[in-house]
Design a protein around this ligand. Structure first.
Ligand SMILES: [Zn+2]
Length: 345
């Protein structure tokens, strides 16, 4: 991403922080309808987690430039599917985990990571079967999954996504949870083809089944299932080992996250290799544990809410306490996750 776009985004972001900086900016009606998420937004504001004045979005892009990308070949001991699985790789290290299917039809890439990782991703792709990126699928609109769209498109990739993903990439979109306003993406980064519920592709002797979750992490989340290889990419509906973020500014909520976790579990067997949006490659047992964690915390927060407890009172009861040592391993602490569940529930 060129530095002038950073500056532009920084400028737009700084000019558009009504929740964080200037509640007078809000009309009374807007303030009342926003009040439920105002506190959560303040808690989620990453200012206190990063260097003074450093926004989480800008900091992540900066870091991605130097982060090494590792290539993980998805293998199995099952000889009959080994070759196909060998065609599916995961790239770890640039934003959300990236999946790559390579072969004579060219590469199909699921998500494009940070634009600042372009050189590192290019190096990683060069370790696979030669061939250009012909297809790029965006699983949702978030910057850590679509920032690289423009450079991948400039190298020939046709971009495919859910229709809501194109909507968010095409317009100015604010994420309260990140305290950041994203300007519309450049023309080359906008998906050329969109779908609503299901879409199947057939490339490199592999069926790629794309399927819409419904509102969960955002309102445009899709999964990608490599049918013959039995590899499922869940994207940000599954975070392996962290409390997940979900973006209530663009349609995400905890109930949708739980529903998506159920959908994912219904799709996998003990043999399925699963690539989460963030965290290590895993499978059914880790996904079950994740679903149970989400459900338990949601039920606790919902019960306290029903009793009429305020957000602050609910946070004070530490409903995530039993899970924090395992799951509070990223910028989403137990308290932040409680706020997210409350705001999105
Ligand atoms: Zn995301």
């Amino acid at each position: 991403m060129p530095p002038d776009r950073y500056e532009k985004e920084k400028h737009v972001s700084q000019q558009n922080q009504p929740f964080a900086n200037d509640s007078n900016f809000l009309s009374r009606r807007r303030f009342i309808t926003s009040a439920g998420i105002l506190t959560a937004a303040a808690w989620l504001s990453p200012r206190h987690l990063f260097a003074e004045g450093e926004n989480i979005v800008l900091a992540a892009r900066k870091r991605a430039k130097t982060t090494d990308i590792t290539v993980q070949t998805l293998q199995t001991t099952d000889i009959t599917v080994q070759t196909l699985r060998g065609n599916v790789n995961a790239l770890i290290g640039s934003g959300g985990n990236i999946a790559v299917l390579s072969g004579t039809d060219g590469k199909l890439v699921i998500d494009s990571g940070y634009a600042t990782s372009c050189a590192k991703i290019t190096d990683a792709l060069a370790k696979m079967h030669p061939g250009l990126i012909k297809h790029l699928v965006n699983t949702h609109w978030h910057f850590d999954h679509t920032d690289g769209n423009e450079w991948m498109h400039s190298e020939g990739a046709m971009i495919l996504a859910h229709e809501n993903t194109r909507k968010h990439l095409s317009t100015t979109t604010r994420v309260e949870g990140w305290d950041f306003t994203f300007p519309p993406s450049p023309a080359g980064a906008i998906p050329a083809e969109v779908f609503d519920q299901e879409k199947n592709l057939y490339l490199n002797s592999t069926t790629i089944a794309l399927s819409y979750y419904g509102p969960s992490h955002t309102d445009g989340d899709i999964s990608a299932y490599f049918v013959e290889a039995e590899v499922l990419h869940t994207r940000d509906t599954w975070w392996n080992g962290n409390y997940p973020f979900f973006d209530y500014s663009t349609g995400g909520h905890i109930k949708g996250m739980i529903k998506a976790a159920e959908t994912n579990l219904a799709k996998v067997t003990g043999k399925t290799i699963v690539i989460p949006g963030h965290g290590k490659i895993g499978g059914k047992s880790e996904m079950t544990e994740y679903r149970d964690m989400l459900t338990t915390i949601h039920d606790r927060v919902a019960a306290l809410k029903k009793e009429g407890k305020s957000l602050e009172e609910i946070v004070a009861t530490k409903p995530t306490a039993a899970y924090d040592s395992k799951w509070a391993t990223s910028f989403i602490t137990g308290d932040v996750f409680t706020k997210l569940v409350y705001a999105g529930g």
